[in-house]
Design a binder for this molecule. Structure first.
Ligand code: AMP
Length: 367
């Protein structure tokens, strides 16, 4: 693990007025560049050739500098890391960044300053640790089953590291589980190895919410503040519109299994009476992160489901900017109550970095 001391040393060589914001051209990069430009930062995009046309096509969100790569994992190479350091870049790690680079490689091999606490990325990549984190935060979590023989209700089966829902399936019994798992392996949706490391989790039936939080150490006269900036709902294929096929028969008759592969996001709001608990969850997740790994800084999201009894179950934490925030480049129905100007999560990150530069307190938000 590269110690924070070493990263801060690299940062000392940066010229504060020339500091740039950079990321991989994917996930929420347009929003990040757009927000950074609005706060007056130069922007640097790490881009593959096939994406260049798109990222250059938005004048208000295109990166000022493009570092070309053959594949995104090249960001770990000496060449790209040296270029990023020479450009005085602070990296904003988004979901694709973590996916392509790997949380462990980020901790061990990435010498470029990263916004936030890079230890939080390691925590979000382990389902076991996320569960511990949620429990320590007094969040209601779905029941889990260690062995398929214990399955006594509708469960969702998740593969480790398979963010984005790839391969997930529903099951109701041990027999059904074994049959479906065998089918997944035969069709090479998952490997036999992946099938060994699954989470069998109670399926919580209700409406999903993905609230977007931001924790700032500077607000509130330096006491810190958790902000609930916006929220979304993920659009997942094919479950989202599966009802459209039901005119032809039941799912069982048609031999169709719902799948949960993320394809996009939709805006969503929640009853105001549920906001206090939703906000409290974000604050508690931030509080407990301090004890677990030194604290989460900047954007994060808790994935949850609200049941008909109005209980809020949490099943996942994303410890960085989530793609659902792309819906709000001009701010949201909640950020309007926090900031006078349009405030996206991308812009909020840039604003925090600017505050840290002014206060000479980059060590509080960069690791
Ligand atoms: P995840 O990779 O944990 O974010 O899960 C992918 C998707 O599966 C989520 O966005 C939900 O739609 C669904 N999902 C995951 N866990 C549960 C659960 N316990 N109950 C209901 N739906 C879930």
């Amino acid at each position: 693990m590269i110690p924070q001391k070493e990263i801060l040393k690299a940062l000392e060589a940066y010229h504060p007025k020339k500091m740039a914001i950079g990321t991989i051209c994917s996930h929420s990069a347009l929003q990040i560049f757009h927000g950074a430009k609005r706060e007056g930062f130069r922007t640097v995009g790490i881009c593959t050739e096939d994406r260049r046309e798109l990222y250059e096509s938005y004048p208000l969100a295109r990166p000022d500098v493009i570092i070309p790569v053959k594949k995104f994992s090249d960001v770990l190479s000496d060449r790209v890391q040296s270029e990023l350091l020479a450009e005085n870049v602070v990296i904003i790690p988004h979901g694709s960044f973590v996916e392509y680079v790997g949380a462990k490689n980020l901790e061990d091999q990435f010498r470029v300053p990263v916004f936030g606490n890079r230890r939080s990325l390691q925590w979000e990549s382990s389902r076991k640790q996320v569960k511990e984190w949620l429990k320590k935060s007094n969040c209601l979590v779905p029941k889990e089953f260690k062995h398929p023989k214990d399955i006594d209700r509708i469960c969702i089966v998740k593969f480790s590291g398979a963010k984005g829902g790839r391969g997930f399936f529903l099951t109701t019994s041990e027999e059904d589980y074994k049959r479906k798992m065998q089918e997944k392996i035969q069709k090479r949706v998952v490997s036999a190895e992946e099938a060994q490391h699954v989470t069998i989790q109670e399926f919580v039936n209700g409406v999903r919410y993905y609230p977007h939080y931001f924790s700032s150490p500077f607000e509130n006269n330096g006491k810190g503040r958790v902000e609930l900036l916006s929220m979304d709902k993920r659009l997942e294929s094919n479950v989202e519109e599966i009802y459209r096929i039901l005119a032809a028969g039941t799912l069982q008759e048609l031999k169709i299994n719902p799948t949960y592969v993320v394809t996009g996001n939709a805006p969503q709001t929640i009853r105001e009476s549920l906001l206090p608990e939703l906000y409290g969850m974000g604050r508690r997740v931030h509080e407990s992160s301090k004890k677990l790994f030194g604290g989460i800084v900047g954007p994060y999201c808790i994935e949850c489901v609200v049941t008909p009894e109005l209980d809020i179950y949490s099943f996942e934490i994303s410890a960085r900017i989530v793609a659902g925030t792309n819906l709000y480049p001009e701010g949201s129905f909640l950020s309007a109550y926090l900031f006078k100007e349009p405030m996206s999560t991308g812009r909020r990150i840039a604003r925090e970095l600017k505050t840290a530069i002014t206060k000479k307190a980059l060590d509080q938000v960069v690791y």
